[in-house]
Each structure stands twice: as structure tokens, then as C-alpha cells.
Design a protein around this ligand. Structure first.
Ligand code: LMR
Length: 393
């Protein structure tokens, strides 16, 4: 029977990771997968995370099951981090999930449970795995204009025009901050219009928030999500992989914001049911680390400080790259990357140009020319800038 299986398409981002590892060249540069790296190319365990793990190891007395929704203290801590006081806690259902991807997957499934005919609107472009999961689930997908390939910024008009076609019973996927893969986020005014439009159309916003703290800061990066949640019903998939640097611990949360407490109770039961169907209890270690860090004033302050260092480092790299490109080209045409947020920027290179930079210079970026800015350092910024100019960008 197993021979009846079909070949599956390789994940483009993860295959790039493998290709980079297999490349024997010394000067190769990894700008592929969205994992933070320090100037030495390491992905460190954050200080507060290490300390929290130590405390957990010393104090934990059991490894018995938590609850289908995970530890309620984790949900409380994450709802507060993401939503602040935008919505009363009693209106938010929340469950721990295996990473942000687990939350995304559960969110799509919840949409399908609510409306098997739902159309899920996704930005063009979006994280390829969104599309892959939706296809796997057999759900109907429609793209909405998002990224303008000419300006390398958000096509706000196109976005609003397309989303005007969303109907009650549809869901609209939005990247809460640091859009993956473009790095381009809507202005505050555009977010307001999107929130108003979705409310008017009766479509359900589904926010993927994977990079809170990497763009303009923890609070600023949550602003759009909070505005959407304050406006009515909303789903939120939040990841702790990047901002806590706990990628392999698979720590995420799915929230469902409801219009009233009774519906929130119903949503909570459905979220727990979904967890039970898919994997039973969610992983606990990463969640416990996050709860410990967020619940201790000293650890939290240290975590926030380190996250700020990481954010500032990525902004510094953007500035160095834009300055080097200005110097090489005598133009400011690459300054668009200064307005991009978080880890990613889409450079606007063709797949052939991307391939040339890989073959000639060992520079690995995703085929759509997405770079992970955190993969750069003071030594490699000039190498990338030179390659970009040589390839004709
Ligand atoms: C990325 O976009 O590179 C990250 O979200 C990692 C992944 O799983 O694709």
C-alpha cells in the first residue's frame, strides 16, 4: 500500500537549508531560513531562557500531562503579551500548540469546522507553508494583492480593493508584523481601513504573528493585531520560536477572540478538542520557559533587553547594506530595505539572478529573492552588495 504514495514537493525554504549545509565553499553566506543569527553566525540560547530552563530543571517535580489546552498560565501570559488590554481576557480562548505552524494549522482547521466552504484569503505573496497547509487541508484559497513588485512596498489600494470581495464566512490571513517574505508592512492607516473593511464584510481576520519584537518593538508590533481583535471576532496564531529563540521547542499559541464570554467558552472547548484530535497534549517545555520568563520581572527585563539588541542589530545590518549599495551605485534605489521590518526583505531579483548569486558567490536566499537580514554581518554585507550590483539589480 505504501507504494501508492505520491512524491511530495520539497519545501523550498527547508531544501535551501540542506543545500547550504552541503556546499563545501568557505565563504558561503546563508540568508535562507528565518532563524536569527548573531554576527558570528550562531543562534544563541537567550540569557533569560537559559536561566528559566535552569529554574525549571531545579524546581519541576513531575512530567505528567498538563491539559489539552496546555498550561493555562502560558495562555494567560501570551494573551497578555500579544493583546495587552485590547480585549477582556474572558473573551479570548487560547491553547498552546506545537510552534506557530501548529497554531496556523489548528486555526485553518477551526475555520473549516466553522464553515466547510470558507474561502481563505491570503496575501500575495505569503509564507509558502501557509499555501501548502491549506492545500493539504483541501481548503479554498484566494490571493489578495499585497506586495507591489515595482515599489517593493505594500500595495495598500490593491489590498483593500481585493479584500472588499471577502464575504461573511470567509477568513482573511494577515501577517501581524514583519511580513514574511517581503518585510513590508502596511501603514497604521491601512491597518485601520483593513480592520474596518473586514468588520463591514463580516469576514474573520486570522493574524499570523511570528515575529513580535523583531520589527518596531514588542508593543508596536502587536498594534495591528490588537486593533483587529478589538474590532470583533479574530483568530491569532502567535509563535515564540523567534522572539524567544526557542525554535526547536515548538512553542506557539492559537487564540480565538469572541464577541462575548459564552462564545469564548464554546471556542475554548473546540480548540481543546482540535488539539486532542491532532496531537493530544501540546509540548510543554518551551511554554513553561516562556511563562517563567514573562512571569518574573528580572527575567522579563533581561529578555526584553536582549530582544531589543537583536532588533537593533538587524536594523544596523539593513542600514549598512543600504549604505554600501548607495556607495556602489550612486543611487538610493535600495533604500526600500530601510522601510522593511524584521528579518526579511525581498530584493526584487529574478529566480535566475538568485541562482547566479548562489552559484557565483555562495549566497543563499529563497528563490523569490527573500533574504534573512540576520544572516549578514559586517564582513558579508559588502559581498552581498557587490553581488547584487554585479547581477544587475
Ligand atoms: C521561514 O520562513 O524561513 C521560517 O518561518 C522557517 C520556516 O519554517 O519556514
Amino acid at each position: 500500500m505504501l507504494d501508492q504514495l505520491k512524491d511530495q514537493p520539497a519545501d523550498k525554504i527547508l531544501s535551501l537549508m540542506a543545500a547550504f549545509r552541503a556546499d563545501p565553499r568557505d565563504g558561503k553566506i546563508d540568508l535562507g531560513v528565518g532563524v536569527y543569527k548573531d554576527p558570528e553566525g550562531r543562534t544563541p540560547v537567550m540569557r533569560a531562557v537559559r536561566e528559566a530552563e535552569k529554574r525549571i530543571w531545579e524546581q519541576e517535580t513531575t512530567k505528567t500531562y498538563t491539559a489539552l489546552a496546555g498550561d493555562p498560565a502560558f495562555s494567560d501570559a501570551m494573551v497578555a503579551l500579544v493583546l495587552g488590554d485590547a480585549v477582556p481576557r474572558s473573551r479570548v480562548a487560547a491553547v498552546a500548540t506545537p510552534g506557530g505552524t501548529g497554531a496556523v494549522r489548528q486555526g485553518f482547521e477551526l475555520i473549516r469546522m466553522m464553515n466547510p466552504d470558507a474561502v481563505v484569503w491570503v496575501p500575495e505573496p505569503t509564507w509558502p507553508n501557509h499555501l501548502s497547509i491549506l492545500k493539504h487541508l483541501g481548503m479554498t484559497v484566494k490571493g489578495y494583492r499585497y506586495f507591489d513588485e515595482d515599489t517593493l512596498g505594500v500595495d495598500a489600494e490593491g489590498m483593500l480593493a481585493d479584500l472588499a470581495g471577502a464575504k461573511a464566512g470567509d477568513a482573511v490571513l494577515l501577517h501581524g508584523c514583519c511580513h514574511n517574505p517581503s518585510g513590508s508592512d502596511p501603514e497604521a492607516g491601512t491597518w485601520e481601513k483593513v480592520a474596518g473593511l473586514l468588520r463591514e464584510r463580516g469576514a474573520l481576520p486570522f493574524v499570523d504573528l511570528a515575529y513580535q519584537g523583531f520589527g518596531d518593538g514588542l508593543e508596536a508590533d502587536a498594534r495591528a493585531t490588537r486593533a483587529l481583535a478589538a474590532g470583533g471576532e479574530c483568530l491569532i496564531a502567535a509563535s515564540c520560536s523567534k522572539n524567544f529563540g526557542i525554535y526547536r521547542e515548538r512553542t506557539g499559541v492559537l487564540m480565538a477572540v469572541s464577541g462575548d464570554d459564552a462564545v469564548a467558552t464554546l471556542a475554548q472547548a473546540n480548540l481543546a478538542y482540535l488539539n486532542r484530535q491532532n496531537f493530544s497534549f501540546p509540548p510543554d517545555h518551551g511554554a513553561r520557559v516562556v511563562t517563567t520568563v514573562l512571569g518574573d520581572a528580572g527575567l522579563r527585563a533581561d529578555w526584553e533587553a536582549e530582544l531589543e539588541e537583536i532588533r537593533a542589530g538587524m536594523i544596523g545590518l539593513r542600514q549598512q547594506l543600504a549604505a554600501e549599495l548607495r556607495r556602489l551605485t550612486n543611487s538610493d534605489r535600495f533604500d526600500f530595505m530601510l522601510s522593511h521590518k524584521g528579518m526579511f526583505s525581498r530584493l526584487g531579483a529574478s529566480p535566475e539572478q538568485v541562482e547566479w548569486m548562489r552559484a557565483e558567490h555562495g549566497i543563499y536566499m529563497v528563490g523569490d529573492s527573500r533574504i534573512n537580514v540576520a544572516g549578514l554581518n559586517a564582513r558579508t554585507v559588502p559581498v552581498l552588495a557587490k553581488a547584487m550590483v554585479e547581477v544587475g539589480l
